[in-house]
Design a binder for this molecule. Structure first.
Ligand SMILES: [Zn+2]
Length: 92
């Protein structure tokens, strides 16, 4: 599996984690009232789940696939924005 595919799979996983985190906060608020603790748990969970994002780096120059200059986007680059290395298979 190419690095791009792994990164894309991680992006899909994070989208699911985000939905679960939002549902978790909504359910807690519904049954226990407003809780900043639930919100905090959801944020910490998302940050922990997203820590893997930092391991998706260009094999040539080490630039992270999720970074576009100084911005972080939730979808990986197909081509390295720094050195132009092709990260996705041509058929993809
Ligand atoms: Zn690169």
């Amino acid at each position: 599996m190419s690095l791009y595919e792994k990164a894309r799979r991680h992006a899909g996983f994070m989208a699911g984690a985000l939905v679960i985190a939002i549902l978790f906060v909504l359910v807690v608020e519904r049954f226990l009232g407003h809780s900043s603790i639930a919100f905090g748990i959801a944020i910490i969970g998302l940050v922990a789940a997203n820590a893997r994002m930092l391991t998706f780096n260009c094999p040539t120059c080490g630039k992270n696939l999720f970074f576009r200059g100084m911005f972080v986007v939730p979808w990986p680059n197909r081509t390295c924005g720094k050195c132009g290395t092709e990260l996705a298979p041509p058929s993809d």
